[in-house]
Design a protein around this ligand. Structure first.
Ligand code: N01
Length: 544
């Protein structure tokens, strides 16, 4: 018997599993594949009834990628890359869910996943050296390792408007959308919220609703997606370039295909600058956000130039100039919040069946049995859609009672903001590894997921090889990493703006103050920290 198999057997004798993974989205699925390769007995607990995570829960109308499809799929399986055809440059949700189910079929993942199993608590038992995980059904399961794969934008938040339970018609949150399609044809529909989810929903619902009323509290800077079908021949050509595509994603700051322009905004003439911005506005995807002049998100004057450019585009696309002005953000510059990508979003407001309500000027005061009231008017609706976002980043952690050494609650430890070592480890919480935890590089998410999973797998392999059973971040290493996280955020204009990226959610108590909630360095720098940690024999961890 190999050393690793012997260790796996020994651990299995004292715990139910070698590893428990929470969540069967892309992180949990890929981690399960890697745990099996290590010879570990693993169990994934998933609250939903199917795999896919984000792509399981977010099935609202119009939901689709904002990353190019071929840069988004798993890169580790060459056969799957050769077999799978993306039908659009930005695939719609049903296609992505199908893709992830294909991965689950291929690797027979479901035999190790318990569905409809929401984790309520996870407590570290120092004496036994294991995690005890309690599900909502009261069952309890133990494992040496606990791996959280619970997502960065997976805890939906509803507003706290009086009367919400009284509404008689159907009401949905975009992130908890029902499996049965919702028919909007001929209906009077309200959409509350105009983030990336709201924008995708609005442009779809506007096609069939009798009347669509959009309640916008803060406008966002949106830019054209320029989606298109991928014909078979083009997909065949894309397949030949996968190595190049994934290599490119490794090199860019946020793992997208786009990379910042090497020049600053005012290094070039106004004509050259305008031509470049026009070009970005006609190109696919996030280029206008992450492929713009390199100082766009740090230099206020540079940011004002691009903001005015996009404001003029909005003015030219929306016929009623009063509506156009309402749609142009006035309290933050372009790109300082997540840029929703759109397809004829602004043109929706030229349709006679679509109305925009400024819910900053006239806030929603009550949800009534038949609709809602604002400070200025009363409205009747058949359907209300809450596109009100998520308790992002640490929100999914706050919803589980994680307790580390000496019964310390993670929620208490993170009272003043989450801490971590490279986003994946937390001192005081041995053998807990966080995939997409606070302060991991996010960006084009699957690229970050694959890196995180491979890094955790590398650590587990190292522990197997050295007969080590417990890993914990050293507090001084955490402090050093957090110093780097804080340094990265200095000078970013996005730090001056309320959004989930700065840890602000008006619907969650205690989350009204801006913090450095996420890692804002580049993905290559993030990976170099992680690689260095491993190369030094994980000296920044206590391995026992
Ligand atoms: O959430 P959001 P989201 N009364 O927080 C409003 C990813 N994503 O689900 O800005 C009235 O951005 C709120 O108003 P305000 C992506 O990373 C990816 O849209 O707080 N309004 C805001 O307009 C994205 O950034 C994809 O003033 C209220 C909206 O609701 C992240 O998920 C697609 C309110 C929430 O916007 C989150 O996007 C979709 C209240 N009480 C999402 N509470 C793709 O990749 C909130 N709002 C394709």
């Amino acid at each position: 018997m190999s050393a690793s198999a012997a260790l796996a057997t020994k651990v299995a004798a004292t715990t139910d599993f070698d590893a428990i993974v929470i969540g069967a989205g892309m992180s949990g699925m890929y981690q399960l594949i890697r745990l099996r390769e290590l010879g570990m007995k693993a169990r994934v607990f998933e609250a939903g009834t199917g795999v896919g995570g984000t792509w399981y829960w977010n099935r609202y109308p119009g939901c689709r990628f904002d990353s190019e499809s071929y840069s988004y799929g798993f890169s580790f399986d060459q056969d799957l890359l050769a077999e799978w055809s993306w039908t659009e440059h930005f695939a719609p949700q049903p296609e992505t869910e199908r893709y992830l189910n294909r991965v689950a079929d291929k690797y027979d993942l479901r035999r190790d996943i318990q569905f409809s199993a929401r984790v309520k608590a996870a407590h570290w038992n120092d004496a036994a050296g294991h995690w005890a995980v309690t599900l909502e059904d009261g069952s309890r399961h133990t494992a040496r390792f606990l791996i959280t794969a619970i997502g960065a934008l997976s805890a939906p938040t509803m507003p706290t408007i009086p009367g919400m339970a009284s509404f008689k018609g159907p009401a949905f949150h975009t992130g908890l959308w029902p499996k049965q399609p919702v028919d909007f044809a001929g209906k009077r529909v309200a959409v509350i919220g105009t983030g990336a989810s709201g924008v995708q929903t609005i442009q779809e619902v506007a096609k069939t609703a009798a009347q669509l009323t959009v309640f916008q509290r803060t406008p966002n800077w949106c830019a054209p997606l320029h989606n298109a079908k991928i014909p078979a021949e083009e997909m065949a050509e894309i397949r030949t370039r996968y190595a190049e595509i994934f290599q490119r994603c490794q090199e860019t700051a946020s793992c997208f295909l786009h990379t910042a322009h090497p020049q600053n905004t005012f290094d070039v003439s106004a004509e050259e600058r305008n031509a470049f911005l026009e070009k970005l506005y006609t190109e696919r995807g996030f280029g206008i956000w992450v492929g713009n002049y390199q100082d766009m998100l740090t230099n206020r004057e540079a940011n004002a130039v691009i903001s005015e450019f996009v404001a003029n585009k909005i003015r030219s696309r929306v016929k009623d100039q009063k509506v156009a002005e309402l749609l142009i953000p006035k309290n933050h510059g372009f790109g300082t919040r997540r840029v929703p990508l759109e397809t004829k979003y602004y043109e929706c407001y030229n349709q006679p069946n679509v109305t925009l309500v400024d819910s900053k000027a006239t806030p929603i005061t009550e949800i009534t049995p038949t609709g809602l009231k604002t400070s200025a008017a009363e409205y009747e609706f058949d359907i209300i859609v809450y596109a009100t976002g998520f308790d992002a980043l640490r929100g999914a952690f706050d919803r589980i009672d994680f307790r580390g050494k000496d019964g310390v609650a993670l929620k208490d430890k993170w009272q003043n903001g989450a801490t971590s070592l490279v986003g994946m480890l937390q001192d005081g919480f041995p053998n807990m590894f966080m995939l997409l935890g606070p302060h991991t590089a996010l960006g084009n998410i699957p690229r970050s997921i694959e890196f995180n999973v491979d890094w955790v797998t590398g650590l587990l392999r190292h522990m197997q090889a050295h007969g080590q059973q417990v890993a914990e971040a050293k507090p001084e290493a955490t402090a050093k990493w957090m110093e780097h996280v804080m340094d990265c955020a200095a000078g970013l204009l996005s730090m001056e703006v309320d959004s989930w990226m700065t840890g602000v959610n008006s619907n969650v108590a205690g989350k009204q103050t801006r913090i450095v909630a996420r890692y804002t360095g580049t993905a290559p720098v993030y990976r170099s920290w992680c690689d260095e940690l491993a190369a030094q024999g994980y000296n920044d961890l206590v391995l026992a």
